[in-house]
Design a protein around this ligand. Structure first.
Ligand code: FAD
Length: 408
């Protein structure tokens, strides 16, 4: 139930970052209205549809810190993370000859963690919706915002609905953000986007046989590594899931996919030659089926700045900085956006009270744009750098020696 004395933030997008932002703002006393263009991902039809694809993610201390900070003294971190993640302590490099090379990330035991994207997103929607001052409307696609007049329009079942009851718009609507486009009309936003030549395709390794002692399925690969099959111009990676399966992603140039020409046989020939150990674990029939049915996604980098307009709007997450996934930091950086934004609001004394002055909020958003830009540009560039590192440099003997020295 919304509080008439509190300010209202409209959040565009109930993705990972939009939900974290909703929880953060609601905990600070704001009324939160989320509009999400897609249907509710928790509905039975959507669960069935989405369960066929489940990109898992690497969640790092960047996001974990943000969850802890946003939730204050709550136990959101434990509910979302403790039982839902699998720590990965290093990379496991798979050679074409079946050789294995474990490259540990840290001598101090620091890890990144595998988590199921859809489960995390659904849990975050549950958490947000459970708060009394949050409402979530699905199938509601925001199409226009007039920031000065405070008029926002969204479409539900091809009908246009107008919302004039808000103070701030937070765009967490992903790489093709409508809020970013609307901002571009009113501010001098610098903007650059670049598609890389690679596409990605999701495949999977099923759980292994049941362990007689524990009565549970086993992992067919070491569960505590991020597995990489680097082949210079393309690569395969695998991250563990809690059901003991692995989600694998093939990153290859679109031209490589064109060469395969939607032919099962060509796909299997390529896998038998390049990833002989992986294809045995996947099972040829199942891998070929995934190849034929799963989409081949494109990968985009987006840089822009500034991220805000006056005291009216700000963009976070992929809407502000899409990056290629090779550094595993897109969502992590998006969660950090929300942590930084909320801490600047505290520093500037922004109140959730409707009667409070607008200047502190305008100052916060301005500081956010100025102080965040350098870090975001850096992480987008680092992600692009890791594009070459993961598929190629990790196989270089000199690189391996340097990493061993770094780890001591
Ligand atoms: P999104 O997840 O894109 O969510 C945006 C939401 O807004 C969607 O639900 C969409 O339906 C909704 N929306 C869009 N337009 C509108 C509108 N007009 N009105 C209302 N709603 C709207 N990141 C990591 O941190 N670690 C990883 O390991 C990792 N691996 C990745 C692997 C792959 C293959 C890819 C492609 C990405 C990976 N990422 C990873 C990046 C990560 O997926 C993104 O950074 C993250 O999803 C961004 O979250 P978001 O909420 O900003 O945007």
């Amino acid at each position: 139930m919304s509080n008439h004395d509190s300010r209202t933030v409209v959040i565009s997008g109930a993705g990972l970052v939009g939900c974290i932002a909703a929880i953060g703002f609601a905990n600070k006393g704001w009324n939160v209205k989320i509009y999400e263009a897609r249907p509710d991902p928790r509905s039975p039809t959507q669960i069935q549809k989405l369960s066929r694809r489940s990109i898992n993610l690497a969640i790092s201390s960047r996001a974990l810190m943000a969850i802890k900070a946003i939730d204050g003294d709550g136990d959101l971190y434990h509910r979302l993370v403790t039982d839902a993640t699998i720590p990965m302590k290093g990379r496991m490099i798979h050679g074409t000859d079946g050789s294995l090379d474990s490259q540990i990330y840290s001598s101090k035991g620091e890890c990144i963690n595998a988590i199921d994207r859809q489960k995390l997103n659904n849990a975050l929607i549950d958490e947000a919706e459970a708060l009394p001052n949050v409402s979530v409307t699905f199938d509601a696609k925001i199409c226009t915002v007039h920031f000065d007049k405070r008029v926002l329009q969204y479409q539900v079942n091809s009908e246009t609905v107008t919302d004039k009851d808000w103070d701030l718009v937070l765009g967490a609507d992903g790489a093709h953000s409508v809020i970013r486009n609307q901002l571009m009309r009113v501010i001098r936003m610098n903007f650059a986007q670049e598609y890389i030549p690679h596409a990605y395709l999701e495949l999977s390794i099923p759980p292994g046989p049941i362990d007689k002692q524990t009565g549970e399925a086993t992992f067919l690969l070491d569960a505590h590594h991020l597995h990489i099959w680097p082949r210079h111009s393309f690569m395969l990676i695998a991250l563990p899931n809690q059901d003991r399966s692995f989600t694998c992603t093939l990153f290859a140039p679109f031209e490589k996919f064109d060469e395969l020409a939607n032919s099962k046989e060509r796909f299997l020939d390529m896998f038998r030659a390049e990833f002989p150990d992986a294809i045995k674990l996947m099972g040829e029939e199942s891998a070929a089926q995934d190849y034929m049915t799963n989409p081949k996604g494109s990968l985009i980098t987006i840089k822009c700045s500034p991220y805000h307009y006056a005291d009216r709007a700000v963009i976070v997450g992929d809407a502000a900085h899409s990056m290629v996934p090779f550094y595993g930091q897109g969502m992590n950086a998006g969660f950090e956006d929300v942590r930084v934004l909320l801490s600047l609001m505290d520093a500037e004394g922004v109140s959730s009270a409707k009667s409070s002055p607008s200047a502190p909020l305008a100052r916060t958003l301005d500081r956010y744009s100025k102080e965040r830009e350098r870090d975001l540009r850096s992480i987008v560039n680092l992600a692009m750098g890791n594009y070459v590192e993961m598929r190629s440099k990790v196989t270089n003997p000199l690189y391996k020696i340097r990493k061993q020295i770094d780890a001591v």
